[in-house]
Design a binder for this molecule. Structure first.
Ligand SMILES: [Zn+2]
Length: 576
C-alpha cells in the first residue's frame, strides 16, 4: 500500500482536533477484500446512550483487525460491514433507497511537476518553477490543460460577497484570464474588526472558495499569493500538499465549478513579478484591504502546458434511516466520518493508524444516538438519518458526494450535526462549538446547556477557519444549517489547565499517529456521554417540532438556504 506517504507536516494540517480537513492526506486503495468478523463480540447493548456500548464500538472500530479503516482496503470492508450490521441490529432502515451503502467515486490526479508557469512580463519572459516558485494543478480531470497568453489580473482577495457588499471582481470580465489573489480575507490582513470578521477567518478566506469563485467568473487560471500569516502555514506545507496525488470527486459529481488550472505562488515570486510588471505588491495589498478596491490588470500574460495522470477509485458511505412518524420526508442528519489513515506498510514498529479518537468516537456516537432514538418510547415525528461518511481524510469527499446526491433533498433536510474526534477526557463545564455564531442551531444547543449550567464556547484558534475544514462544511456550503461540536476544555477535574493539557497531549502524541488507540486505563467517557445526551436533546427538539432553524443574519451560507426554503422562514434569523 502506498497511502499517506505525505509528510507529517501535511497530516498535522488536515485534521480533527485540531479540527477539520485542509488538504487531502490519505490515499484510497483500489480493490476490496472479503469481510469477516464484523461483530465478533457478545456485548449486550443498552437502549440509552451508554459508556459501555460506546466503548464496545470504539474497541471494534479501532482494533488492529480494522487496519486503520483506510478507504479501499480490507479495513473499509470490515468498517462499513460493522456499521451496517449495527444499524440493522438497532432497527434502522437502509437509508439509500433500500441500500445501506452509497458508492462514492473519487479521482486521484497527479500533476507532472515539470510544468512551469511561462510568463511574459512587460514584454520579457519569466519562468516560475514547480516547487520553488509555485505549485499548480487541475481538478478538471483533463489529462492536458493548455493555456496560451492569458492576461494576468490582480483581484485583491478574489472575494465576491454580496452580504458583505464586497466584490473584488467589480467592473472587470476575467473570462479566459489568469486571476492573481491574496490568501485569507481583508478583515484578517487589515486587522479591522469591522471588515468581514476581523481576525477570525471567514469562508471567503479559504483557498477552496477562492478557486471556486474564480471558476464561477470564468477565469482560465487562478493563483494565490502565499503569505505565512494569512495562510496560517509556511510555503513548505503548500509545496508538500500540492505535490504528488490530489484527491477529489470526479468533476461531474461536484456541484461547484472548477477552474482549469489552480495553484499558489510564493510571496517572493509574486513581489518580483509585480515589480517587473510596474506594480508594487505592498501597495496593492493595502489597496485590497479597503472597501471599493478595483481589480488591477497586470502587464503580464501566462502560458501553461499542464499534464496530469488520473486514476478513478471508489469507496462507500453507510446510511441508516429512522423514518419519522408524521413528516417522514423531513430529516435531521447525524454524521461522522468512518475513514482514517489505514496501515502504512514499510513503516517500522506499529504501523496501524487505529484512529480511536479520530473518528471511531464519532461513529460510536452516531450508533449510540441511533440506538437511543430507535428505542425511545415514541418515534420521532421527522425522520433521522445516520450518515457514516468516507474519505474525510482525503478532502471531505464522502460528505461532498452525499450533498451532491442526498437521499433526503437538502430543502427537506432540517439540520446536520457533525461528530468528529470526541475527547475522552471527562466532563466539562463547556462544549466547543466550532464556528460559533453561525446558525440558530446554537440557540437550541444553548437551551440544553442552560439546563445543565454549562456553556458553549468557540474554538481556540479562530484564524484557522476550522468550521470550513470538516464534513459538515459541505452541507453548510449548500445552505443546510450545520452544527459542529466538540468536547469541552474546562474540565470538572482540573479546569481549563487540565483540558488544555489533555488537548496538547493528544495533538502532540496521538493525533494522526498509530498511538491514537483505545486505552481503558485513561479514557473517561462520562463527558462524551453527557455531550451525546445533549446532542440527542437538540436533535429530538428538531425531530419533534416543526422548526426550520436558519443561519444567523450576515452568514455567507444564509442566501443558499433562503433560496430553497419558503419566504416565511427567511426573516426569522436574528444575529447571534
Ligand atoms: Zn476526523
Amino acid at each position: 500500500m502506498r497511502q499517506a506517504l505525505l509528510p507529517l507536516a501535511l497530516l498535522a494540517l488536515c485534521a480533527c482536533t485540531p479540527r477539520g480537513n485542509d488538504q487531502p492526506a490519505a490515499a484510497a486503495e483500489t480493490g476490496t477484500a472479503a469481510a469477516d468478523a464484523t461483530t465478533a463480540s457478545n456485548h449486550e447493548f443498552h437502549d440509552a446512550i451508554d459508556a459501555g456500548d460506546f466503548t464496545e464500538h470504539v474497541q471494534q472500530l479501532a482494533s488492529d483487525a480494522f487496519g486503520g479503516r483506510g478507504p479501499g482496503t480490507a479495513g473499509e470492508e470490515k468498517t462499513v460491514e460493522y456499521i451496517k450490521a449495527q444499524f440493522a441490529r438497532i432497527g434502522l432502515q437502509p437509508g439509500n433507497g433500500g441500500d445501506w451503502f452509497q458508492t462514492v467515486p473519487m479521482v486521484e490526479t497527479t500533476a507532472d511537476e515539470s510544468a512551469a508557469l511561462n510568463l511574459t512580463v512587460a514584454g520579457a519572459p519569466q519562468v516560475l518553477k514547480f516547487g520553488g516558485d509555485m505549485v499548480i494543478g487541475t481538478r478538471t480531470g483533463q489529462a492536458q490543460v493548455g493555456i496560451k497568453d492569458s492576461p494576468l489580473v490582480f483581484v485583491g482577495y478574489g472575494v465576491d460577497a454580496p452580504e458583505q457588499k464586497w466584490n473584488d471582481y467589480a467592473g472587470i470580465d476575467v473570462k479566459g484570464k489568469t486571476v492573481v489573489m491574496l490568501v485569507n480575507d481583508p478583515g484578517f490582513h487589515a486587522g479591522d474588526a469591522t471588515l468581514f470578521d476581523g481576525k477570525r477567518m471567514t469562508y471567503y478566506g479559504r483557498w477552496t472558495y477562492k478557486f471556486e469563485e474564480a471558476a464561477r467568473k470564468g477565469a482560465a487560471a487562478a493563483l494565490i499569493i502565499h503569505d505565512t500569516e494569512g495562510a496560517s502555514y509556511g510555503w513548505d506545507v503548500v509545496k508538500n500538499s500540492w505535490s504528488g496525488p490530489q484527491y477529489d470527486l470526479p468533476a461531474k459529481d461536484d456541484p461547484a465549478p472548477r477552474v482549469p488550472a489552480q495553484g499558489w505562488i510564493t510571496g517572493d515570486a509574486a513581489t518580483a513579478l509585480f515589480k517587473a510588471a510596474g506594480q508594487d505588491l505592498a501597495k496593492l495589498r493595502a489597496a485590497a484591504n479597503k472597501r471599493g478596491f478595483k481589480p488591477v490588470p497586470l502587464d503580464a500574460t501566462l502560458s501553461l502546458d499542464l499534464k496530469s495522470t488520473s486514476v478513478e477509485k471508489d469507496s462507500r458511505n453507510v446510511i441508516g434511516l429512522l423514518p419519522g412518524s408524521e413528516t417522514p420526508d423531513e430529516a435531521i442528519v447525524y454524521m461522522a466520518h468512518w475513514d482514517h489513515l489505514g496501515t502504512h506498510e514499510g513503516e517500522t514498529g506499529d504501523n496501524i493508524y487505529n484512529g480511536a479518537v479520530d473518528n471511531a468516537t464519532g461513529v460510536a456516537a452516531i450508533l449510540e444516538l441511533a440506538e437511543a432514538f430507535r428505542k425511545a418510547k415514541t418515534p420521532p415525528k421527522r425522520s433521522i438519518l445516520f450518515l457514516a461518511v468516507t474519505l474525510e481524510e482525503s478532502g471531505l469527499l464522502g460528505s461532498k458526494y452525499y450533498v451532491a446526491h442526498p437521499v433526503v433533498p437538502l430543502d427537506k433536510t432540517v439540520a446536520v450535526v457533525n461528530l468528529d474526534a470526541l475527547a475522552p477526557i471527562g466532563k466539562a463545564r463547556d462544549i466547543v462549538v466550532t464556528g460559533k455564531g453561525s446558525s440558530q442551531l446554537e440557540d437550541l444547543l444553548k437551551a440544553e446547556l442552560d439546563k445543565q449550567r454549562r456553556r458553549a464556547v468557540g474554538e481556540e484558534n479562530t484564524a484557522a477557519g476550522y468550521y470550513f475544514r470538516s464534513d459538515h462544511f459541505n452541507f453548510a456550503k449548500a445552505g443546510v444549517p450545520a452544527l459542529y461540536i466538540d468536547s469541552g476544555t474546562d474540565l470538572l477535574e482540573g479546569g481549563k489547565a487540565a483540558g488544555e493539557a489533555a488537548g496538547k497531549d493528544y495533538t502532540d502524541n496521538r493525533y494522526h499517529k498509530p498511538a491514537d488507540q483505545y486505552d481503558a486505563a485513561t479514557w473517561k467517557l462520562d463527558g462524551i456521554v453527557q455531550d451525546l445526551e445533549t446532542m440527542y436533546s437538540v436533535g429530538a427538539t428538531l425531530a419533534n417540532g416543526g422548526e426550520w432553524p436558519n443561519w444567523y443574519a450576515g452568514n455567507p451560507f444564509k442566501a443558499a438556504r433562503d433560496k430553497m426554503r419558503p419566504a416565511a422562514e427567511k426573516t426569522a434569523a436574528a444575529s447571534p
